[in-house]
Design a protein around this ligand. Structure first.
Ligand code: MN
Length: 733
C-alpha cells in the first residue's frame, strides 16, 4: 500500500486543530499545552501502526478524543487520556512515561482503560458478564475511565466495516448487551442511541436497512407536518416573548425496531415515530415557571393526554434528566409528544455527566452520578456469585421506570418502579435493610412487601435481632436488595449446614448408616434435595427430624436387602457372563468436578445415550436433566443459566474401586472364620480392608470391609459366601 505521507501529516494536523475547536468545555492555555503533549506522544507512539482499513492508527485515538471532547463534553484531562488510551497496551511507551509527561491523573485513567481492555474476552456469556462486573468495579477509580471506554467503543462501532463479519456480530452484540445500557445509565442518550443503531446494523442488517428505508420514505411527510405545527406554536409562543427553538426529533431505528417487536406491529402502525422539542432560554430562577407557562400555552390549543404527563423538572430522573413531557392531540388527529426543556436541561440531556459537572454549583440536588456510582459499587462488592444474574438485574434496573419517595426528613429518593418498602430500607443502607423489622409508609405500619408509590414517605424500623430471610427474596425487586439478602442468607446457611452435617453423622449411627457419599446420595434421592448442603441445612435447622430419618433408614436397609436378594438369585454362572458383557465402556454418569454419581434423568428434547457428549442442567422441580451437548436448547441454557449447568461425564464403572461392607450372620461353628477369609483371598480382585467377627451364644455376626472393582465381583463374592455352611444371611451395610 502506498501512503502519501505528506497528505497524511496534513490531515493529522488538521484533526488536531479541529479537536481543540470543537471542545465543549472551554480550554485554558495550560489545557491546550497538555493536550498538545498528549497528542505528540500519541502520534509518535502509533507512528508505525495502521488499522485494518489501512488508515494510520493515530486517527482512531484522535476520533475517540473528539467524541470525548465534543459529543460527551469532558475536560482536558479526559481528552489527553482518550488520545493515549491505546498507548500502553500497544506501543513501547509505559504508564510511567505518561505520568512523567502528563501527571498522575491522566496516567491513572489510561491505566484503568488498559485494565479493561486486558480483561479476557470470551464468547461465553457468563464470562462476558463477569468481565462487565469487573469493569464496573473499576468505576471507582475514576468514572472518566468508563466514559472514555464508551467513546472508544462508539468509534470502533463506527469503523467496523473492514472487519470480518463474525467479529462485527460479536462486537455489536456485546455493545448492545453492555455498553448501550451503560451509556444510558450515565445519561449519554445520544451516544446510547448511536450505539444501539450501529449494533442493529451488524446484528440484523436486513431489519436495519428496511426500517431505515421506511424512515427515509416517510421523512418528507413528517417534516412538513412538523413544520406546519411548529409554525403555529412559534406564533403563539412569540406573543409571550419567549426565546426558543423548536426541533423535530425522530425515534431511533433501534427503538422503532424494539417497539415493532414488543407490540408485534408493522412499521406503519408505530405512531410516535417522532417528538417535538421546545428548547427555551431561561435562568435558574424562572426556568420551571416558564416550562409550565409553555405547557399552558400549548394545551390551550391542543388537548393533552393526562395519563402521559411527565414532570421530570420537579423530580429529575436518577440519571439527572430534567424536562417536561406532554402528549397532545396534534393536527390531523395524531398524538404527538412534546418535550419542554430549558437550554440548561437540554444540555444535561445531551451531555449527561459533563453538563452536570458544569452546572453542579449551589443547591443542585444530589441525584447525580457520584451517588449512583456509590450505590453501584456497594452492590458489586456485595454480589456473591452469579454475574449473569447480576447483569440481568442491573439491566432491569437501568430501564425500569422510576418512582420518587421521601425519607422521614423529607429527602427525595428515586427507586425503580415496583420497589417495595424493604427495597427502600436496603436502598438507604445495607445494614438498615438487613435489620428491618417493620416499615411505616405515610405513618401507617405496612408489610415489608408493600409496593411503594411516588410521593410515599417511608420510615424504617430496625431491630438487632432481625436477620434477612429467604422469603424476602420473594418480593424485593432491586438488585441491590437481592444481592445483599442472598449473600447474608448464604453465609448463615453455610454455618447451619456445617453444624447439620455433624448432627446427621451422630443421628445415623444408631440407625446403622454411615455418613458417606453413598448414603448421602440415597438421602438426597429419598428426601428430594438438590445437593448435600440443602440436606445438611435442613438437619441443622431441625426441619428434618428423627422420625423422617428413621423412615429413611428402614427404606435404606430394605432396598439393600432386596437388591442383594435379587442379585444373588441372578448371579448364576451363565447369566454372569452376560452381565460382564453388558458392562460396556460407558455405563455410568458422573457430575461436576467431584465426579459424583448424582440422581438424574434424561432430557426428552434430545434423549442422549451412553457415550454422547452431555451436560447436566439443574431444573427447579425435576432435579438434574441430562442434555446432549448438541441439543438445540443447549446454547440458550448454557448462556442464560450458566450457573445451573453442571458438567457430566460417562464413565466405565468397571475401572472404579468400590468399598463395601458385608455383614454376615449365622450359626457359629469351628473354622468358619478361616473358611471365610480363605474364600475371599482366593479371589484376587477382592481386597480385605478389615474383618471383625463377634459371637454371642452360638450366634455370630461378622463385618467384612472389602474393596472390589465392580458390582459383579461383589455379587460373585456374596454368592460364594452364601454357600458357606453356617452363614444364613449376608447384608451390605
Ligand atoms: Mn481504542
Amino acid at each position: 500500500m502506498i501512503v502519501d505521507q505528506e497528505k497524511e501529516n496534513k490531515e493529522i494536523a488538521k484533526q488536531y486543530k479541529e479537536l481543540l475547536r470543537i471542545s465543549y468545555q472551554t480550554l485554558s492555555d495550560s489545557d491546550k499545552k497538555m493536550i498538545r503533549l498528549a497528542f505528540d506522544m500519541a502520534v509518535e507512539a502509533h507512528s508505525d501502526q495502521r488499522r485494518k482499513s489501512g488508515e494510520a492508527y493515530i486517527f482512531h485515538p484522535i476520533s475517540v478524543a473528539k467524541i470525548v471532547a465534543q459529543q460527551i463534553g469532558l475536560d482536558a484531562t479526559s481528552i489527553c487520556a482518550a488520545l493515549l488510551h491505546d498507548v500502553v497496551e500497544d506501543t513501547r511507551f509505559s504508564l510511567e512515561d505518561i505520568e512523567r509527561l502528563l501527571g498522575v491523573t491522566v496516567a491513572k485513567i489510561v491505566h484503568g482503560l488498559t485494565k479493561i481492555s486486558s480483561l479476557k474476552k470470551d464468547k461465553n456469556i457468563s464470562l462476558q458478564a463477569e468481565n462487565f462486573r469487573k469493569m464496573l468495579l473499576t468505576l471507582n477509580d475514576d468514572v472518566r475511565v468508563i466514559i472514555i471506554k464508551i467513546a472508544d467503543r462508539l468509534h470502533n462501532m463506527q469503523t467496523m466495516d473492514a472487519m470480518p463479519e463474525y467479529k462485527q456480530v460479536k462486537i455489536a452484540s456485546e455493545t448492545l448487551y453492555i455498553y448501550a445500557p451503560l451509556a444510558h445509565r450515565i445519561g449519554l442518550y445520544n451516544v446510547k442511541t448511536e450505539l444501539e443503531d450501529l449494533s442493529l446494523k451488524y446484528t440484523e442488517p436486513q431489519r436495519y436497512e428496511s426500517i431505515k428505508e421506511k424512515i427515509e420514505e416517510t421523512k418528507e411527510a413528517q417534516e412538513s407536518y412538523i413544520k406546519s405545527f411548529s409554525k403555529f406554536l412559534t406564533q403563539e409562543l412569540s406573543k409571550e416573548r419567549f426565546k426558543f427553538e423548536i426541533k423535530g426529533r425522530s425515534k431511533s431505528i433501534y427503538s422503532i425496531h424494539r417497539k415493532m417487536l414488543t407490540q408485534n406491529v408493522p412499521f406503519e402502525k408505530i405512531y410516535d415515530k417522532f417528538a417535538l422539542r421546545i428548547i427555551y432560554k431561561a435562568n435558574r430562577n424562572n426556568e420551571k415557571f416558564l416550562a409550565w407557562k409553555i405547557y399552558s400555552i400549548v394545551t390551550d390549543h391542543f388537548t393533552p393526554n393526562p395519563t402521559r404527563l411527565r414532570d421530570w423538572i420537579s423530580a429529575p430522573k436518577s440519571t439527572g434528566y430534567e424536562a417536561l413531557h406532554i402528549t397532545i392531540m396534534g393536527p390531523s388527529n395524531k398524538w404527538i409528544e412534546i418535550q419542554i426543556r430549558s437550554e440548561r436541561m437540554h444540555e444535561i440531556a445531551e451531555k449527561g455527566y459533563a453538563a452536570h459537572y458544569k452546572y453542579k454549583q449551589g443547591n443542585q440536588k444530589d441525584i447525580g452520578i457520584e451517588s449512583w456510582l456509590n450505590r453501584l459499587q456497594e452492590v458489586l462488592e456485595n454480589n456473591t456469585g452469579n454475574a449473569v444474574d447480576f447483569v440481568e438485574d442491573f439491566k432491569l434496573n437501568l430501564y425500569a421506570k422510576e418512582i420518587f419517595v421521601f425519607t422521614p426528613k423529607g429527602d427525595l429518593k428515586s427507586l425503580p418502579q415496583g420497589s417495595t418498602a424493604l427495597d427502600f430500607a436496603f436502598f438507604i443502607h445495607s445494614e438498615i435493610g438487613k435489620k428491618t423489622r417493620g416499615v411505616r409508609v405515610n405513618d401507617k405500619l405496612v408489610p415489608l412487601s408493600k409496593v411503594l408509590k411516588s410521593g410515599d414517605q417511608i420510615e424504617v424500623i430496625t431491630s438487632d435481632n432481625i436477620k434477612p430471610s429467604s422469603n424476602w427474596l420473594d418480593f424485593v425487586v432491586t438488585s441491590r436488595a437481592r444481592s445483599i439478602i442472598k449473600s447474608s442468607i448464604n453465609d448463615e446457611k453455610k454455618a447451619h449446614a456445617e453444624e447439620g452435617k455433624e448432627i446427621l453423622r451422630r443421628k445415623l449411627k444408631p440407625l446403622k448408616i454411615t455418613l458417606n457419599d453413598k448414603s448421602i446420595q440415597q438421602m438426597l434421592h429419598y428426601f428430594k434435595f438438590e445437593n448435600s448442603q440443602d440436606l445438611f441445612y435442613r438437619i441443622g435447622i431441625g426441619t428434618l427430624d428423627n422420625k423422617k430419618l428413621k423412615e429413611f433408614a428402614n427404606e435404606y436397609h430394605n432396598t439393600l436387602l432386596n437388591f442383594f436378594k435379587r442379585r444373588v438369585r441372578k448371579s448364576k454362572p451363565q447369566t454372569q457372563n452376560e452381565e460382564d458383557k453388558i458392562t460396556e465402556k460407558f455405563d455410568k454418569l458422573v457430575f461436576g468436578k467431584e465426579k459424583e454419581p448424582l440422581a438424574h434423568s434424561f432430557a426428552s428434547c434430545c434423549r442422549p445415550i451412553p457415550g454422547d457428549a452431555v451436560f447436566g442442567f439443574i431444573t427447579v422441580n425435576e432435579g438434574i436433566k441430562v442434555h446432549h451437548n448438541e441439543c438445540p436448547n443447549a446454547l440458550s441454557l448454557q448462556s442464560n443459566f450458566a450457573y445451573r449447568v453442571i458438567s457430566a461425564k460417562w464413565m466405565d464403572s468397571s475401572t472404579e474401586e468400590y468399598n463395601a461392607v458385608l455383614k454376615l450372620t449365622g450359626i457359629d461353628k469351628k473354622g468358619l472364620v478361616n473358611e471365610v477369609t480363605r474364600l475371599i483371598s482366593n479371589n484376587t480382585s477382592v481386597n480385605i480392608n478389615k474383618i471383625n467377627f463377634d459371637s454371642e451364644d452360638s450366634f455370630f455376626t461378622g463385618l467384612i470391609h472389602v474393596s472390589v472393582p465392580n458390582k459383579n465381583v461383589l455379587n460373585k463374592l456374596v454368592n460364594n459366601l452364601s454357600r458357606v455352611n453356617g452363614i444364613d444371611k449376608i447384608v451390605r451395610e
